[in-house]
Design a protein around this ligand. Structure first.
Ligand code: C6P
Length: 426
């Protein structure tokens, strides 16, 4: 059975009907503590899965599973076709030129490590400069920090202001005194929602002949990302944040770059011919996919992308998130002692509202909200240097997605009023 022949999920609703969409998510129906619907406001960490994705996984294991690219029997051909079909769906999503540019990884983290270990080790050395931002998730910081140390290149940072918004006024100075080879930036910050102005950063990088890598973990699930229109060279994202399963992600790279890059992991799948003393490599993209891939998960990522389309597509999701984030921002500003970090109200932000509440620790906030079946994340969000730059240790973070309703955000604010009452805050 091919995966495209499967039952269709919720019919499109424009503008996006979050109430109706949320009915497609079994886990949202009943919270574990109150029996009420779960107000899940932690999709930036990982999105919940619609029935269509869960069904895809079950279907693969029940009727379409075998190892891929190896077997001559029918099930192996079905699994291979479905997996390669998912690659084509990702190609369409990103408007990439060819499926050869779509490499499946375990997630954003592995995709960035692939570029660092393959392209980076082959192309960076003393006198070279890598520019990133002060916003980065550890996944787009530590690989470059460690690589630059190892090869003698220099890592420099586009600064943020005290609100955590990027200041791109001094870009030129970041390229001085060396050769700018790579600009590697988060598209939308997971901690603050700040959005990188790629329309400024990409032309600047290109004016120096540098490559651009975009960490799309928090953008690809939430907005249209067209790699050709952006003029970038590499893009990483995670399937689990776009309602697909965990354990699968994507590196997109321009074909000529990927073709010139050495493999970074060795084993089955990625070889063409092996002798005891040497080996040659498979074609793209399999050159970068050593070992048995996450077959059912990749196929289900394709189902997740179908689902995104079926509910109206990324533009509709983005418009809905914008409305929800503005609504939530407004509500939060009405809570005494609460500070929302990141871009000011009305400015562009991803679907993330990060905040502190004077007199409480973010972990206490998240724990108390959980009792009310309102889920938010608390901590440094894998951005410790950014937290330090802003002079804080942690925030509480509410993040929205296609299934977020106004009621979820009302419950968040009601919960915060309850936190203030319990902590006897003035
Ligand atoms: N951010 C969050 O709660 P992985 O773990 O490889 O799927 O994604 C890593 C990653 C990279 N970049 C950005 C901007 C991210 O937001 C994330 C994951 C989660 O914010 C978990 S820390």
């Amino acid at each position: 059975m091919t995966d495209s022949a499967l039952p269709t999920p919720t019919a499109a609703a424009t503008p996006l009907d979050a109430e109706r969409i949320s009915a497609d998510f079994p886990i949202l129906q009943v919270g574990p503590n109150t029996g009420k619907r779960l107000a899940f406001l932690d999709s930036a960490a990982s999105a919940m899965k619609p029935r269509a994705v869960i069904d895809s996984i079950v279907r693969t294991y029940e009727s379409g599973y075998a190892n891929v690219h190896r077997g001559v029997y029918a099930l192996a051909a079905t699994a291979t076709d479905n997996m390669e079909g998912a690659r084509e769906k990702v190609r369409t999503l990103l408007n990439a030129s060819s499926p050869r540019e779509i490499v499946f990884t375990r997630g954003t983290t592995e995709a960035i490590n692939l570029v660092a270990n393959s392209w980076g080790r082959a192309n960076l050395g003393p006198g070279d400069i890598v520019v990133t931002t002060e916003l980065e998730h550890h996944s787009n910081l530590v690989p470059w920090q460690q690589l630059c140390r190892a090869v003698g290149a220099e890592l420099r940072f586009i600064p943020v202001d005290d609100d955590g918004v990027l200041d791109v006024s001094g870009l030129e100075a970041l390229a001085a005194g060396g050769t700018l080879k790579l600009v590697t930036v988060v598209h939308a910050s997971n901690s603050l929602g700040s959005v990188t102005p790629l329309d400024v950063v990409v032309p600047w990088a290109k004016s120096h002949g540098a490559l651009v890598l975009v960490d799309g973990a928090q953008s690809v699930p939430h907005r249209v990302v067209d790699v050709q229109a952006l003029g970038i060279d590499f893009l990483a994202f995670s399937g689990h944040k776009v309602m697909g399963p965990s354990g699968v992600g994507v590196l997109w790279g321009r074909e000529e770059l990927l073709a010139a890059m050495p493999p970074w992991q060795f084993g089955g799948e990625m070889i063409r011919r092996v002798q005891y003393d040497e080996a040659t490599w498979n074609d793209l993209p399999w050159k970068f996919e050593a070992g048995t891939p996450a077959i059912a998960e990749i196929i289900a990522l394709g189902a997740a992308l179908d689902y995104v389309e079926s509910i109206g597509g990324l533009a509709a999701i983005n418009a809905h998130e914008h409305a929800m984030t503005s609504y939530g921002h407004e509500l939060l500003l009405g809570v005494p002692g609460l500070r929302v970090l990141g871009p000011a109200q009305g400015e562009e932000r991803g679907g993330v509202l990060s905040f502190t509440l004077e007199g409480t620790h973010p972990h206490d906030i998240a724990t108390m909200l959980d009792q009310l079946d309102v889920n938010v994340r608390a901590g440094h969000h894998c951005t410790q240097p950014l937290m330090k730059r802003l002079g804080i240790n942690a925030t509480a973070r509410a993040s929205v997605y296609a299934y977020t309703t106004r009621e979820d955000l009302d419950r968040l604010v009601d919960g915060l009023v309850e936190v203030r009452r319990v902590f006897r805050l003035p």
